[in-house]
Design a protein around this ligand. Structure first.
Ligand SMILES: C[S@@+](CC[C@H](N)C(=O)[O-])C[C@H]1O[C@@H](n2cnc3c(N)ncnc32)[C@H](O)[C@@H]1O
Ligand code: SF4
Length: 458
Protein backbone atom coordinates (compact mmCIF):
# COMPACT_ATOMS: atom_id res chain seq x y z
CA UNK A 1 0.00 0.00 0.00
CA UNK A 2 1.53 3.31 -1.11
CA UNK A 3 0.98 6.11 1.37
CA UNK A 4 -0.33 9.35 -0.16
CA UNK A 5 1.68 12.06 1.62
CA UNK A 6 -0.78 14.82 0.61
CA UNK A 7 -3.75 13.00 2.12
CA UNK A 8 -1.66 12.05 5.15
CA UNK A 9 -1.00 15.74 5.82
CA UNK A 10 -4.60 16.76 5.08
CA UNK A 11 -6.21 14.26 7.45
CA UNK A 12 -3.47 14.16 10.10
CA UNK A 13 -5.20 14.73 13.45
CA UNK A 14 -5.72 13.09 16.80
CA UNK A 15 -8.73 10.98 17.67
CA UNK A 16 -10.10 7.98 19.57
CA UNK A 17 -8.96 4.45 18.66
CA UNK A 18 -12.60 3.33 18.91
CA UNK A 19 -11.80 0.06 20.67
CA UNK A 20 -15.18 0.84 22.20
CA UNK A 21 -17.94 3.33 21.42
CA UNK A 22 -18.22 5.60 23.33
CA UNK A 23 -14.46 5.55 24.03
CA UNK A 24 -13.23 4.54 27.50
CA UNK A 25 -12.45 8.20 28.32
CA UNK A 26 -16.22 8.70 28.68
CA UNK A 27 -16.64 5.98 31.33
CA UNK A 28 -18.16 7.42 34.50
CA UNK A 29 -17.01 6.80 38.07
CA UNK A 30 -20.60 7.18 39.32
CA UNK A 31 -21.26 3.73 37.86
CA UNK A 32 -21.40 1.33 40.84
CA UNK A 33 -21.13 -2.37 41.70
CA UNK A 34 -24.95 -2.42 41.91
CA UNK A 35 -25.24 -0.95 38.38
CA UNK A 36 -22.94 -3.74 37.16
CA UNK A 37 -25.10 -6.42 38.84
CA UNK A 38 -28.19 -5.02 37.09
CA UNK A 39 -26.42 -4.90 33.71
CA UNK A 40 -25.25 -8.53 33.99
CA UNK A 41 -28.85 -9.65 34.44
CA UNK A 42 -30.04 -7.45 31.54
CA UNK A 43 -27.23 -8.87 29.34
CA UNK A 44 -28.81 -12.35 29.52
CA UNK A 45 -31.53 -11.14 27.14
CA UNK A 46 -29.25 -9.14 24.86
CA UNK A 47 -27.07 -9.97 21.89
CA UNK A 48 -24.73 -11.59 21.16
CA UNK A 49 -25.93 -14.42 23.37
CA UNK A 50 -22.50 -16.08 23.41
CA UNK A 51 -20.15 -15.47 26.32
CA UNK A 52 -16.58 -14.25 25.91
CA UNK A 53 -14.38 -14.20 28.99
CA UNK A 54 -11.35 -12.00 29.52
CA UNK A 55 -8.83 -12.76 32.28
CA UNK A 56 -6.36 -9.98 33.11
CA UNK A 57 -3.05 -10.77 34.80
CA UNK A 58 -1.49 -7.36 35.45
CA UNK A 59 2.00 -8.50 36.42
CA UNK A 60 5.33 -8.58 34.59
CA UNK A 61 8.75 -9.64 35.95
CA UNK A 62 10.24 -6.61 34.17
CA UNK A 63 8.46 -3.58 32.73
CA UNK A 64 9.23 -2.65 29.11
CA UNK A 65 9.56 1.11 28.71
CA UNK A 66 7.41 1.25 25.56
CA UNK A 67 4.48 -0.64 27.09
CA UNK A 68 0.99 0.82 27.03
CA UNK A 69 -0.69 -1.94 29.06
CA UNK A 70 -1.87 -1.77 32.70
CA UNK A 71 0.71 -3.85 34.53
CA UNK A 72 2.77 -3.91 37.71
CA UNK A 73 6.01 -5.51 38.87
CA UNK A 74 7.59 -6.48 42.20
CA UNK A 75 4.84 -8.91 43.26
CA UNK A 76 5.34 -11.82 45.71
CA UNK A 77 3.91 -15.35 45.49
CA UNK A 78 1.51 -14.86 48.45
CA UNK A 79 0.24 -11.65 46.83
CA UNK A 80 -0.28 -13.47 43.52
CA UNK A 81 -2.16 -16.18 45.38
CA UNK A 82 -4.50 -13.55 46.84
CA UNK A 83 -4.99 -12.12 43.35
CA UNK A 84 -5.93 -15.55 41.95
CA UNK A 85 -8.30 -16.15 44.91
CA UNK A 86 -9.95 -12.81 44.12
CA UNK A 87 -10.23 -13.67 40.40
CA UNK A 88 -11.94 -16.94 41.24
CA UNK A 89 -14.28 -15.24 43.70
CA UNK A 90 -15.20 -12.65 41.06
CA UNK A 91 -15.84 -15.36 38.40
CA UNK A 92 -18.00 -17.22 40.90
CA UNK A 93 -20.06 -14.15 41.82
CA UNK A 94 -20.60 -12.83 38.28
CA UNK A 95 -21.28 -16.23 36.69
CA UNK A 96 -24.13 -16.91 39.15
CA UNK A 97 -25.99 -13.99 37.54
CA UNK A 98 -25.37 -15.25 34.00
CA UNK A 99 -27.98 -17.55 32.44
CA UNK A 100 -26.39 -21.01 32.70
CA UNK A 101 -27.73 -22.09 29.29
CA UNK A 102 -25.60 -19.49 27.49
CA UNK A 103 -22.58 -20.84 25.63
CA UNK A 104 -18.99 -19.72 26.18
CA UNK A 105 -17.17 -19.35 22.86
CA UNK A 106 -13.98 -17.45 23.72
CA UNK A 107 -11.54 -16.99 26.56
CA UNK A 108 -8.68 -14.52 26.28
CA UNK A 109 -5.87 -14.20 28.83
CA UNK A 110 -4.04 -10.90 28.62
CA UNK A 111 -1.81 -8.72 30.68
CA UNK A 112 0.76 -8.05 31.77
CA UNK A 113 2.40 -11.38 31.27
CA UNK A 114 0.02 -14.24 32.13
CA UNK A 115 2.70 -16.82 31.23
CA UNK A 116 5.05 -15.49 33.94
CA UNK A 117 2.87 -16.56 36.89
CA UNK A 118 2.94 -20.04 38.41
CA UNK A 119 1.27 -22.58 36.10
CA UNK A 120 -0.62 -23.92 39.14
CA UNK A 121 -2.44 -20.57 39.25
CA UNK A 122 -3.26 -20.73 35.53
CA UNK A 123 -4.65 -24.25 36.04
CA UNK A 124 -6.80 -23.16 39.00
CA UNK A 125 -8.46 -20.46 36.91
CA UNK A 126 -8.98 -22.63 33.79
CA UNK A 127 -10.48 -25.41 35.96
CA UNK A 128 -12.84 -22.83 37.46
CA UNK A 129 -13.91 -21.68 33.98
CA UNK A 130 -14.55 -25.24 32.75
CA UNK A 131 -16.52 -26.02 35.96
CA UNK A 132 -18.58 -22.83 35.67
CA UNK A 133 -19.42 -22.26 32.00
CA UNK A 134 -20.84 -24.35 29.18
CA UNK A 135 -18.01 -24.31 26.62
CA UNK A 136 -18.80 -24.46 22.88
CA UNK A 137 -17.26 -27.53 21.25
CA UNK A 138 -15.17 -25.23 19.03
CA UNK A 139 -14.29 -22.72 21.79
CA UNK A 140 -11.13 -20.65 21.51
CA UNK A 141 -8.86 -20.08 24.51
CA UNK A 142 -5.90 -17.80 23.87
CA UNK A 143 -3.06 -16.51 26.03
CA UNK A 144 -0.63 -13.63 25.48
CA UNK A 145 2.90 -14.84 26.20
CA UNK A 146 6.21 -13.07 26.52
CA UNK A 147 8.73 -15.52 24.99
CA UNK A 148 11.39 -14.40 27.50
CA UNK A 149 9.58 -16.62 30.05
CA UNK A 150 8.48 -19.57 27.89
CA UNK A 151 9.84 -23.07 28.51
CA UNK A 152 8.84 -25.96 26.24
CA UNK A 153 7.12 -27.73 29.15
CA UNK A 154 4.93 -24.63 29.64
CA UNK A 155 3.55 -25.07 26.13
CA UNK A 156 2.63 -28.69 27.00
CA UNK A 157 0.91 -27.50 30.19
CA UNK A 158 -1.06 -24.77 28.42
CA UNK A 159 -2.35 -27.38 25.95
CA UNK A 160 -3.30 -29.65 28.84
CA UNK A 161 -5.18 -26.80 30.55
CA UNK A 162 -7.34 -26.31 27.41
CA UNK A 163 -5.61 -23.45 25.56
CA UNK A 164 -5.62 -23.72 21.77
CA UNK A 165 -4.08 -20.39 20.71
CA UNK A 166 -0.89 -18.59 21.78
CA UNK A 167 0.08 -15.01 21.03
CA UNK A 168 3.82 -14.32 21.21
CA UNK A 169 4.96 -10.76 21.96
CA UNK A 170 8.11 -10.48 19.86
CA UNK A 171 8.07 -6.68 19.21
CA UNK A 172 11.44 -6.96 17.38
CA UNK A 173 14.11 -9.64 17.06
CA UNK A 174 17.04 -7.18 17.33
CA UNK A 175 18.82 -7.16 20.66
CA UNK A 176 19.60 -3.41 20.53
CA UNK A 177 15.90 -2.60 20.05
CA UNK A 178 14.90 -4.93 22.90
CA UNK A 179 17.62 -3.52 25.18
CA UNK A 180 16.47 0.00 24.30
CA UNK A 181 12.94 -0.78 25.52
CA UNK A 182 14.17 -2.72 28.60
CA UNK A 183 13.02 -6.11 27.35
CA UNK A 184 14.62 -9.56 27.42
CA UNK A 185 14.78 -11.65 24.21
CA UNK A 186 13.12 -15.04 23.83
CA UNK A 187 14.59 -17.61 26.21
CA UNK A 188 14.71 -20.27 23.46
CA UNK A 189 15.14 -19.78 19.71
CA UNK A 190 11.77 -18.47 18.59
CA UNK A 191 11.71 -20.90 15.64
CA UNK A 192 11.80 -23.82 18.15
CA UNK A 193 9.08 -22.23 20.30
CA UNK A 194 6.76 -21.80 17.29
CA UNK A 195 7.49 -25.39 16.19
CA UNK A 196 6.72 -26.72 19.68
CA UNK A 197 3.40 -24.82 19.72
CA UNK A 198 2.48 -26.37 16.38
CA UNK A 199 3.68 -29.87 17.41
CA UNK A 200 1.50 -29.70 20.53
CA UNK A 201 -1.55 -29.24 18.28
CA UNK A 202 -2.45 -25.61 19.00
CA UNK A 203 -4.79 -24.39 16.27
CA UNK A 204 -3.28 -20.93 16.08
CA UNK A 205 -0.21 -18.82 16.79
CA UNK A 206 0.01 -15.06 16.61
CA UNK A 207 3.08 -12.84 16.57
CA UNK A 208 3.12 -9.20 17.76
CA UNK A 209 5.64 -6.80 16.22
CA UNK A 210 5.90 -3.07 16.96
CA UNK A 211 7.32 -0.43 14.61
CA UNK A 212 8.41 3.08 15.57
CA UNK A 213 10.67 2.00 18.46
CA UNK A 214 14.16 3.38 19.21
CA UNK A 215 17.01 1.89 17.11
CA UNK A 216 14.59 0.67 14.42
CA UNK A 217 15.21 1.71 10.81
CA UNK A 218 13.18 0.69 7.74
CA UNK A 219 15.99 -1.66 6.61
CA UNK A 220 16.32 -3.33 10.03
CA UNK A 221 12.56 -3.65 10.46
CA UNK A 222 12.36 -5.25 6.98
CA UNK A 223 14.58 -8.04 8.33
CA UNK A 224 12.41 -8.45 11.40
CA UNK A 225 9.32 -8.79 9.19
CA UNK A 226 11.16 -11.29 6.92
CA UNK A 227 12.01 -13.45 9.93
CA UNK A 228 8.43 -13.24 11.22
CA UNK A 229 7.15 -14.36 7.80
CA UNK A 230 9.53 -17.34 7.85
CA UNK A 231 7.94 -18.43 11.15
CA UNK A 232 4.80 -19.03 9.08
CA UNK A 233 2.30 -18.38 11.89
CA UNK A 234 -1.37 -17.95 10.94
CA UNK A 235 -1.53 -14.39 12.26
CA UNK A 236 0.97 -11.50 12.51
CA UNK A 237 0.31 -8.08 14.01
CA UNK A 238 2.44 -4.99 13.30
CA UNK A 239 1.44 -2.41 15.93
CA UNK A 240 2.35 1.20 15.40
CA UNK A 241 4.17 2.31 18.57
CA UNK A 242 1.80 4.61 20.51
CA UNK A 243 3.79 7.22 22.44
CA UNK A 244 1.69 8.89 25.14
CA UNK A 245 4.17 9.82 27.92
CA UNK A 246 1.63 12.15 29.56
CA UNK A 247 -0.41 9.05 30.46
CA UNK A 248 2.51 6.58 30.62
CA UNK A 249 5.52 8.32 32.19
CA UNK A 250 7.58 5.10 31.73
CA UNK A 251 7.72 5.93 28.00
CA UNK A 252 9.50 9.26 28.60
CA UNK A 253 12.83 7.49 29.07
CA UNK A 254 12.75 6.41 25.39
CA UNK A 255 12.91 10.06 24.32
CA UNK A 256 16.57 10.10 25.45
CA UNK A 257 17.36 7.48 22.80
CA UNK A 258 15.08 8.99 20.15
CA UNK A 259 12.58 7.55 17.71
CA UNK A 260 12.62 6.89 13.96
CA UNK A 261 11.35 9.89 11.96
CA UNK A 262 7.68 9.86 10.98
CA UNK A 263 8.60 9.23 7.32
CA UNK A 264 10.77 6.25 8.37
CA UNK A 265 7.90 4.98 10.51
CA UNK A 266 5.50 5.28 7.55
CA UNK A 267 8.03 3.39 5.40
CA UNK A 268 8.20 0.58 7.99
CA UNK A 269 4.41 0.27 7.81
CA UNK A 270 4.41 0.36 4.01
CA UNK A 271 7.22 -2.18 3.61
CA UNK A 272 5.73 -4.54 6.19
CA UNK A 273 2.35 -4.34 4.44
CA UNK A 274 3.91 -5.16 1.07
CA UNK A 275 6.06 -8.00 2.40
CA UNK A 276 3.20 -9.62 4.29
CA UNK A 277 0.71 -9.33 1.43
CA UNK A 278 3.33 -10.65 -1.05
CA UNK A 279 3.89 -13.58 1.32
CA UNK A 280 0.18 -14.44 1.06
CA UNK A 281 -1.18 -12.81 4.24
CA UNK A 282 -4.49 -10.90 4.09
CA UNK A 283 -4.46 -7.42 5.63
CA UNK A 284 -7.03 -7.13 8.45
CA UNK A 285 -7.79 -3.63 9.77
CA UNK A 286 -4.85 -1.29 10.28
CA UNK A 287 -2.32 -3.66 11.71
CA UNK A 288 -3.36 -7.33 11.59
CA UNK A 289 -2.49 -9.91 8.94
CA UNK A 290 -3.80 -13.43 8.67
CA UNK A 291 -3.47 -16.43 6.36
CA UNK A 292 -6.29 -16.48 3.76
CA UNK A 293 -7.92 -19.59 5.29
CA UNK A 294 -7.89 -18.08 8.80
CA UNK A 295 -11.24 -17.15 10.44
CA UNK A 296 -10.37 -13.42 10.34
CA UNK A 297 -9.68 -13.38 6.59
CA UNK A 298 -12.88 -15.34 5.91
CA UNK A 299 -14.91 -13.01 8.18
CA UNK A 300 -13.46 -9.94 6.43
CA UNK A 301 -14.45 -11.38 3.06
CA UNK A 302 -18.01 -11.90 4.36
CA UNK A 303 -18.03 -8.46 6.08
CA UNK A 304 -18.46 -10.21 9.43
CA UNK A 305 -15.29 -9.06 11.19
CA UNK A 306 -15.74 -7.51 14.61
CA UNK A 307 -13.55 -6.01 17.34
CA UNK A 308 -13.44 -5.75 21.11
CA UNK A 309 -10.87 -4.62 23.68
CA UNK A 310 -8.99 -7.90 23.16
CA UNK A 311 -8.60 -7.35 19.41
CA UNK A 312 -10.37 -8.68 16.33
CA UNK A 313 -12.95 -11.46 16.45
CA UNK A 314 -15.72 -12.69 14.17
CA UNK A 315 -19.36 -11.65 14.50
CA UNK A 316 -20.31 -15.32 14.35
CA UNK A 317 -18.29 -16.52 17.34
CA UNK A 318 -17.89 -13.46 19.54
CA UNK A 319 -19.91 -12.92 22.69
CA UNK A 320 -20.61 -10.20 25.19
CA UNK A 321 -17.36 -9.90 27.15
CA UNK A 322 -17.33 -10.59 30.90
CA UNK A 323 -13.91 -9.48 32.16
CA UNK A 324 -12.17 -10.51 35.37
CA UNK A 325 -9.18 -9.04 37.16
CA UNK A 326 -7.78 -5.59 37.94
CA UNK A 327 -8.38 -2.93 35.24
CA UNK A 328 -10.25 -5.39 32.99
CA UNK A 329 -13.19 -4.07 30.94
CA UNK A 330 -16.46 -5.97 30.46
CA UNK A 331 -18.23 -5.17 27.18
CA UNK A 332 -21.92 -6.00 27.46
CA UNK A 333 -24.47 -4.98 24.84
CA UNK A 334 -25.72 -2.00 26.82
CA UNK A 335 -22.83 -1.24 29.18
CA UNK A 336 -19.08 -1.07 29.60
CA UNK A 337 -17.68 -1.75 33.05
CA UNK A 338 -14.05 -1.31 34.10
CA UNK A 339 -12.56 -2.74 37.29
CA UNK A 340 -10.27 -0.91 39.71
CA UNK A 341 -6.82 -0.64 38.10
CA UNK A 342 -4.51 -1.17 41.09
CA UNK A 343 -4.15 -4.91 41.86
CA UNK A 344 -4.03 -4.52 45.63
CA UNK A 345 -7.14 -2.28 45.71
CA UNK A 346 -8.89 -4.70 43.34
CA UNK A 347 -8.19 -7.62 45.73
CA UNK A 348 -9.45 -5.64 48.74
CA UNK A 349 -12.65 -4.71 46.94
CA UNK A 350 -13.37 -8.27 45.76
CA UNK A 351 -12.65 -9.66 49.24
CA UNK A 352 -15.11 -7.18 50.74
CA UNK A 353 -17.79 -6.66 48.04
CA UNK A 354 -17.42 -9.49 45.48
CA UNK A 355 -17.07 -6.86 42.74
CA UNK A 356 -14.54 -4.09 42.04
CA UNK A 357 -16.11 -1.59 39.65
CA UNK A 358 -14.07 1.56 39.05
CA UNK A 359 -16.20 3.14 36.32
CA UNK A 360 -18.71 2.26 33.65
CA UNK A 361 -21.03 3.51 30.95
CA UNK A 362 -24.63 2.75 29.97
CA UNK A 363 -24.89 2.69 26.18
CA UNK A 364 -27.99 4.31 24.62
CA UNK A 365 -29.83 2.96 21.58
CA UNK A 366 -28.37 5.77 19.41
CA UNK A 367 -24.87 4.92 20.64
CA UNK A 368 -25.42 1.25 19.77
CA UNK A 369 -26.23 2.34 16.20
CA UNK A 370 -23.11 4.53 16.03
CA UNK A 371 -21.04 1.69 17.52
CA UNK A 372 -22.27 -0.67 14.83
CA UNK A 373 -21.38 1.80 12.07
CA UNK A 374 -17.94 2.58 13.53
CA UNK A 375 -17.12 -1.11 14.09
CA UNK A 376 -18.02 -1.91 10.52
CA UNK A 377 -15.87 0.97 9.21
CA UNK A 378 -12.90 -0.09 11.34
CA UNK A 379 -13.19 -3.83 10.66
CA UNK A 380 -14.86 -4.36 7.29
CA UNK A 381 -14.15 -1.07 5.42
CA UNK A 382 -17.82 -1.20 4.54
CA UNK A 383 -21.16 -0.20 6.07
CA UNK A 384 -24.63 -0.95 4.74
CA UNK A 385 -26.78 1.67 6.49
CA UNK A 386 -29.94 0.08 4.97
CA UNK A 387 -29.32 -3.08 7.01
CA UNK A 388 -28.67 -1.19 10.25
CA UNK A 389 -31.83 0.94 9.75
CA UNK A 390 -33.84 -2.24 9.19
CA UNK A 391 -32.39 -3.86 12.31
CA UNK A 392 -33.43 -0.85 14.44
CA UNK A 393 -36.80 -0.44 12.69
CA UNK A 394 -35.97 3.02 11.33
CA UNK A 395 -35.96 4.65 7.91
CA UNK A 396 -32.50 5.75 6.77
CA UNK A 397 -33.32 9.41 7.37
CA UNK A 398 -34.64 8.62 10.87
CA UNK A 399 -31.38 6.79 11.54
CA UNK A 400 -29.26 9.73 10.30
CA UNK A 401 -31.33 12.15 12.40
CA UNK A 402 -31.09 10.01 15.50
CA UNK A 403 -27.28 9.99 15.34
CA UNK A 404 -27.01 13.62 14.11
CA UNK A 405 -25.29 12.56 10.88
CA UNK A 406 -25.39 14.84 7.82
CA UNK A 407 -25.20 12.97 4.52
CA UNK A 408 -22.97 15.62 2.95
CA UNK A 409 -20.35 15.31 5.70
CA UNK A 410 -18.33 12.69 3.77
CA UNK A 411 -17.86 14.86 0.68
CA UNK A 412 -14.15 15.58 1.15
CA UNK A 413 -13.47 11.84 1.54
CA UNK A 414 -15.48 11.14 -1.62
CA UNK A 415 -13.64 13.77 -3.68
CA UNK A 416 -10.29 12.46 -2.38
CA UNK A 417 -11.39 8.97 -3.54
CA UNK A 418 -11.01 7.65 0.01
CA UNK A 419 -14.51 6.19 -0.02
CA UNK A 420 -17.69 5.76 -2.07
CA UNK A 421 -21.11 6.55 -0.60
CA UNK A 422 -23.87 5.16 -2.82
CA UNK A 423 -27.34 3.88 -2.00
CA UNK A 424 -26.61 4.42 1.73
CA UNK A 425 -23.64 2.05 1.53
CA UNK A 426 -20.15 3.23 2.44
CA UNK A 427 -17.24 1.43 0.80
CA UNK A 428 -13.76 2.49 1.89
CA UNK A 429 -11.19 2.22 -0.90
CA UNK A 430 -7.73 0.75 -0.41
CA UNK A 431 -6.21 4.27 -0.21
CA UNK A 432 -8.71 5.10 2.56
CA UNK A 433 -7.77 2.25 4.87
CA UNK A 434 -5.26 4.43 6.68
CA UNK A 435 -8.00 6.92 7.50
CA UNK A 436 -10.64 4.67 9.08
CA UNK A 437 -10.37 6.54 12.40
CA UNK A 438 -10.92 9.88 10.62
CA UNK A 439 -13.96 8.44 8.82
CA UNK A 440 -15.37 6.96 12.04
CA UNK A 441 -15.03 10.38 13.73
CA UNK A 442 -17.61 11.83 11.27
CA UNK A 443 -20.26 9.54 12.81
CA UNK A 444 -19.33 10.43 16.36
CA UNK A 445 -21.44 13.23 17.88
CA UNK A 446 -19.28 13.06 21.03
CA UNK A 447 -16.13 14.02 19.13
CA UNK A 448 -16.47 17.69 20.09
CA UNK A 449 -16.68 16.81 23.79
CA UNK A 450 -13.11 15.47 23.80
CA UNK A 451 -12.14 13.91 27.13
CA UNK A 452 -8.55 12.80 27.78
CA UNK A 453 -5.59 12.47 25.40
CA UNK A 454 -6.02 11.02 21.91
CA UNK A 455 -3.19 9.56 19.81
CA UNK A 456 -2.58 10.41 16.12
CA UNK A 457 -5.23 8.91 13.84
CA UNK A 458 -2.64 7.85 11.24
C1 LIG B 1 -0.08 -7.26 26.93
S1 LIG B 1 1.09 -7.05 25.74
C2 LIG B 1 1.75 -8.64 25.37
C3 LIG B 1 1.96 -9.73 26.27
C4 LIG B 1 3.32 -9.94 26.86
N1 LIG B 1 3.38 -9.22 28.06
C5 LIG B 1 4.48 -9.54 25.98
O1 LIG B 1 5.04 -8.48 26.23
O2 LIG B 1 4.85 -10.30 25.12
C6 LIG B 1 0.20 -6.90 24.24
C7 LIG B 1 0.90 -6.27 23.06
O3 LIG B 1 0.62 -4.89 23.01
C8 LIG B 1 1.59 -4.25 22.20
N2 LIG B 1 1.94 -2.97 22.82
C9 LIG B 1 2.24 -2.72 24.11
N3 LIG B 1 2.51 -1.42 24.28
C10 LIG B 1 2.37 -0.81 23.08
C11 LIG B 1 2.51 0.54 22.62
N4 LIG B 1 2.85 1.53 23.44
N5 LIG B 1 2.30 0.79 21.31
C12 LIG B 1 1.94 -0.20 20.47
N6 LIG B 1 1.81 -1.49 20.84
C13 LIG B 1 2.01 -1.80 22.13
C14 LIG B 1 2.80 -5.19 22.14
O4 LIG B 1 3.00 -5.63 20.82
C15 LIG B 1 2.41 -6.32 23.04
O5 LIG B 1 2.88 -7.56 22.56
S1 SF4 C 1 5.10 -5.42 26.81
FE1 SF4 C 1 4.41 -7.23 27.89
S2 SF4 C 1 6.16 -7.79 29.23
FE2 SF4 C 1 6.51 -5.72 28.57
S3 SF4 C 1 5.65 -4.49 30.24
FE3 SF4 C 1 4.07 -4.68 28.65
S4 SF4 C 1 2.86 -6.39 29.27
FE4 SF4 C 1 4.78 -6.51 30.42
Amino acid sequence: MKINEKLLKKYSSTGPRYTSYPPATFFDTNFTNDDFKEKIIVSNNEFPQNISVYIHIPFCPQICHFCGCTTETGFTKPFLERYIDALIKEIDYVSKKIDSTRILTQVHWGGGTPNAISYKFIERVTNKLFDTFKFASNYEMAIECNPAHIEFRHIELLKKFGFNRISLGIQDFRLDVLEGINRKPSKHPIEDVVKKISDEGFTGTNIDLVYGLPYQTPKRFDKTVDRAIRLNTDRIVTFSYAHVPSILPRQKILEDIGFPSSSDKALMYENAYKKLVDAGYVSIGMDHYSKPDDDFAIALKNKQLHRNFQGYCTLETTGQVYAFGASSISQLDSAYIQNIKNASQYINSIEKNNLAVLRGYSVTKEQKIIREIINSIMCNYFVDINLISKKYNLTNSELYNSIQFKEDSLEDFISDKILDFDDNKITINESGRLFTRNIAMRFDPLIDQKIGTYSNTV
